[in-house]
Design a protein around this ligand. Structure first.
Ligand SMILES: Nc1ncnc2c1ncn2[C@@H]1O[C@H](COP(=O)(O)OP(=O)(O)OP(=O)(O)O)[C@@H](O)[C@H]1O
Ligand SMILES: [Mg+2]
Length: 241
């Protein structure tokens, strides 16, 4: 279970997170929605200790992340796959080497690594692209390589930061299916940050809206779709203020 517990974070005196509290249950996919610049990426980064909170913490299976030492953080990151907002591939490395990145660091045998690469690429429908270079891939394919890299590590948790942003509607739908499939095949608990409502409804069990530094509303997809909160309603309907 991942618990955001009264999380506060400001940059240069400007508050971004101001008491975020949210529980993500084992096995569920929680979607976090919210306007650009509200701190969705900042919240995710606290889960893996890439940012230090000003107050409060994220608690992963009972472990307060900010309090972990190097070894604790290393152990935590072995359990959590992070699919970054901008695919973050190494352009000078082949697809296979990009996927293998975390695996090599873990000292797995080359045979095992090859097997994991094959399996992860198959899961994202990129079988046969092992030797291609990132520059030869479309944006959607690059995002899928990012997912393959995360799932090759067989994490308990997967964090996706805007997996469908910038993709055409059909490619977005393919990404949604991949996230659903990944969860079904690997049983991972997920957090998906997005402002793509179609994607939120497809992949989410629950949806939480981050607004002005806090969780404005959290609920099952159907509950959010029927929300009476004008702020949430305006966002999900995509109406200008
Ligand atoms: N490392 C940092 N240093 C200073 N300010 C930062 C840092 N990271 C984020 N911010 C600021 O925090 C705010 C929230 O940023 P964040 O990237 O979390 O937004 P977001 O909700 O993910 O937006 P988007 O939907 O556009 O990705 C922004 O004002 C941003 O400029
Ligand atoms: Mg972001």
């Amino acid at each position: 279970m991942i618990q955001f517990a009264d999380l506060y974070k400001a940059f240069d005196g400007k508050p971004v997170l101001a008491g975020v509290t949210l529980d993500v249950q084992d096995g569920e996919t929680m979607v976090i929605i919210g306007y650009s610049g509200t701190g969705k990426s900042v919240a995710l980064k606290h889960v893996v200790g890439l940012l230090q909170p000003d107050a409060g913490d994220v608690i992963v299976d009972g472990r307060p992340v900010a309090a972990l030492d190097r070894a604790g953080l290393y152990g935590l990151r072995r359990e959590i796959g992070f699919v970054f907002q901008f695919a973050a591939l190494f352009d000078s490395m082949s697809v296979a080497d990009n996927v293998a990145l975390g695996l090599r660091r873990r000292g797995l045998s080359e045979d095992e690594i090859e097997e994991r690469i094959r399996e992860a690429l198959a899961l994202v429908d990129l079988t046969g692209t092992e030797q291609r270079m990132p520059a030869e891939l479309s944006g959607g394919m690059r995002k899928r390589v990012g997912i393959a890299r995360a799932i090759a590590l067989r994490p308990r948790y997967l964090l996706y930061d805007e997996p469908t942003t910038g993709l055409d509607p059909v490619t977005s739908a393919v990404m949604d299916q991949l996230m659903v499939r990944t969860r079904e095949h690997l049983g991972v608990t997920g957090i998906v940050v997005t402002h793509d409502m179609r994607s939120a409804y497809t992949v989410g069990d629950r949806i939480a809206m981050l607004y002005e530094g806090r969780i404005r509303q959290v609920g099952a997809v159907a509950e959010i779709q029927q929300t009476g909160d004008p702020v949430v309603r305006q966002f999900i309907e995509g109406r200008p203020a």
